[in-house]
Structure formats: C-alpha cells, structure tokens
Design a protein around this ligand. Structure first.
Ligand SMILES: [Zn+2]
Ligand SMILES: [Zn+2]
Length: 388
C-alpha cells in the first residue's frame, strides 16, 4: 500500500493548467470540429509545436540545465529557453533543482519530489497539484543556475514570458494559415496537454514499465515505446546510472531524437563538450547486470540442478572470473594513467582500452550463450515436472 500523502495546500495555478485546461479541451475541440472542422495546417501546427515544446524540455531543461550534459552557445540557449517556456512546466531553475533532487534521492518516499513509491498518479502529476515543501529549499542544489543570467531572467519574468511566447508563436501561425481558432485549439491547447503528459510519463511510466539492463538499484526502466513518446527519454534506466551523458539512448541505433538534436547542434557550432560516459564503464555496468540475472536464473532452479545445469553454472562462474580479471586490468591501467600522464602512456592506454573492451565483448558473447543453454535446460525441467 502507498504511504498516506502529507497534507499540503492546493496549488491553484497547477489545477488551472493541469485540470481546468484539459476540461476546456474536451468540450471545445469536438464542438469546433463539428461546427467548423480543423484545417490540415492546424493539425500540422500541433505536431510541429509539440516537437518544439517537448525538445525544449528534453534538450534544454533536462540535459542542458539540469544535468549539464553539454555546453550551448547563447543563441542556442535562448532558443531552448523559448521552446521550454512554451511547454509551461515552470521555470528552468524550479524544474532543474527539483529534477536534481529526484536523481539524488530517487525512489525515496520523503525526499524524491515525484517518488514512484507514492503511486502512479502522484509521480505522474499529483506532486504538482499541492504545494509540497521543497526538498531543496532556496535552490541550494543549483548554484550554477542561480548564477546564470538567462535562467534567472526567465525565472523572474516567467508568467509574462509564457504569455509572450504563446502570443508570439500561435497568433502569427494562425494568421498566416488562415485558421486562427484551429491553431489556437490544436497547436495551442491540445499540444500543451500532450506535451505535459509526455514529460510526466518519464516520471511515472519510465519508473514502472521496461527493462533494467544497467542497474537494479532504482526503479528507472528502459522502454523503447516510451522513448518514442518521450523524444528519447524512455531509456531511463541508462539515464539514472549515467545522468551526465548527453545521450539517453546510448547505443547508436536507439531512438533518441534529443541526442540527435544536440549532436547536430554541435556540428553546427551551437553546442560543444558533449559528455559521454566511457564505453568501458557502460559495458561494465551492462555485464555486471547480465551476471546478476544469470545468477537469479540459477537460484530459481538451484535445488534442482542436474549435471548439464551444473556444467553451465561452472562455465558462468568461469566467465565471471574472466570479467573480474578484465576489471582488475582496467583498474591497473587507470592507476598507470594517474601516475604518468605522458604521450607514450596515453598511446598504450588507448591500445589497452581497446583490448579490454574486446575482452568484455568475448565474455558477453560466451555469457549470452551459457544463458541461452540455461534457459533451454530450465524449460526442459519445467516440462518434465509438468508431465510427471
Ligand atoms: Zn527518473
Ligand atoms: Zn534526469
């Protein structure tokens, strides 16, 4: 059962944005559709503006300001600030400070501002409907943002900026395409509601549905379908273990439009110093989890081990030894790196780094093979138990 929520005053501004506006949409959109029909331009404006406001949050609020996963030039910062303001999710300072607390105290019922352990609705939007005391008063965890002029400007003039951004974007589009009400309803209202819930899914469903390939120390999950809905933020298990990486979908083929946007901006000279976690560390986390899952599989049938299974168990143990050896080699290498920062050493380190990565890949391949054999053996045991 979820613990009882503390009493806190209702936040009426949030009620207006998150409850009242959807009620208006549910009534006004069908009424307008019946009486006037929406133009194709209004539909297109909804999709384009949804992308714009959502990427303002993912590339701007989240990866740039909350995590400092890369550096942006002033023009890019201004564009991202406008895009993020258009998503109406409070100021960069408020959002980022709360998000840093989420990472620091993830799943903690008291300290995580949107802890999933208080249930789906609380993590999704309930946490905003009340004025809960800030876990990090006075934005103490965001001194960098308190010193950022653009961030503080947006924080100070947040409400006028929200109004200005909305009139500055929606009215010219509505006028240009000749469907003012269509654009206001679809590009304005419906787009805002969709963009809200897309972001909220990251705090709710991305902590509930999906796999945990990198860590099981928190509830965050990797989920391809959620990545599609959330502009790449659905690889949330990776993000919670390596939050400073500018990529959430770290593999090149993973669907992460936010990482592609940031990478493209870097090629255009608008962003630099994109932070990437060394691939060795990523592989290490992934392999450690694979061993953990293999161990769990073995534990289930531990009491029922036949000869074949005992063999697989021994082989997995051997692979684990090889894994630990590679880890030790890596530790030694890092030690050398710290002791001598000379070019010749750097060269050697690069070669070794490559060799150790290959070692990991071999271990991974063999482990995958053993786990497959284990699965077949387990299936056979199950079949035999049922037929007995
Ligand atoms: Zn999270
Ligand atoms: Zn984050």
């Amino acid at each position: 059962m979820n613990p009882p929520l503390p009493q806190a005053p209702i936040n009426w501004i949030a009620i207006f944005a998150l409850v009242f506006l959807p009620i208006v949409a549910v009534i006004a959109v069908p009424l307008y559709a019946i009486n006037h029909d929406f133009s194709l331009s209004a539909w297109v404006s909804m999709i384009v503006l949804l992308g714009m406001s959502s990427l303002g949050i993912t590339a701007g609020y989240h990866r740039l300001w909350a995590h400092r996963a890369y550096e942006a030039t002033l023009p890019l910062k201004i564009i991202l600030m406008i895009m993020g303001t258009f998503a109406v999710q409070n100021s960069i300072l408020f959002w980022s400070s709360g998000h840093r607390t989420h990472h620091r105290h993830v799943d903690d019922v008291e300290k995580d501002p949107y802890s999933i352990n208080k249930g789906f609705w609380f993590a999704h939007m309930g946490w905003m409907l009340h004025d809960y005391p800030a876990a990090e008063p006075n934005f103490k965890n965001a001194p960098d943002l308190l010193n950022d002029k653009l961030v503080m400007f947006q924080h100070k003039y947040y409400v006028p900026l929200v109004i200005l951004v909305h009139t500055g974007i929606l009215l010219p589009i509505g006028w240009a395409v000749g469907d003012m009400w269509g654009v206001l309803l679809l590009g304005g209202l419906v787009r805002l509601i969709l963009s809200h819930h897309v972001t909220f899914f990251i705090n709710s469903l991305c902590h509930m549905w999906g796999k945990r390939p990198y860590t099981d120390e928190n509830t965050a999950r990797d989920n391809f379908l959620l990545a599609i809905a959330t502009w790449g933020e659905g690889y949330h298990n990776y993000h919670h273990i390596f939050q400073y990486d500018y990529r959430n979908g770290v593999k090149w083929w993973q669907y992460d439009p936010t990482k592609w946007l940031i990478w493209s901006c870097s090629k255009l000279g608008l962003a630099k110093n994109l932070r990437r976690i060394p691939s060795f560390n990523i592989k290490k986390a992934e392999l450690a989890m694979k061993f953990k899952y293999a161990e769990q599989d073995l534990a289930v049938y531990g009491h029922n081990v036949n000869e074949d299974m005992a063999n697989v168990k021994t082989r997995i143990a051997q692979e684990y030894e090889a894994f630990t050896h590679t880890l030790n080699d890596w530790a030694k290498l890092k030690e050398q790196e710290i002791q001598a920062k000379k070019a010749s050493v750097a060269e050697k380190i690069n070669q070794m780094d490559h060799k150790l990565k290959m070692d990991f890949q071999l271990v991974e391949q063999r482990l995958g093979h053993h786990r497959q054999t284990l699965k077949v053996l387990m299936r056979n045991i199950k079949k035999n138990t049922v037929s007995e």
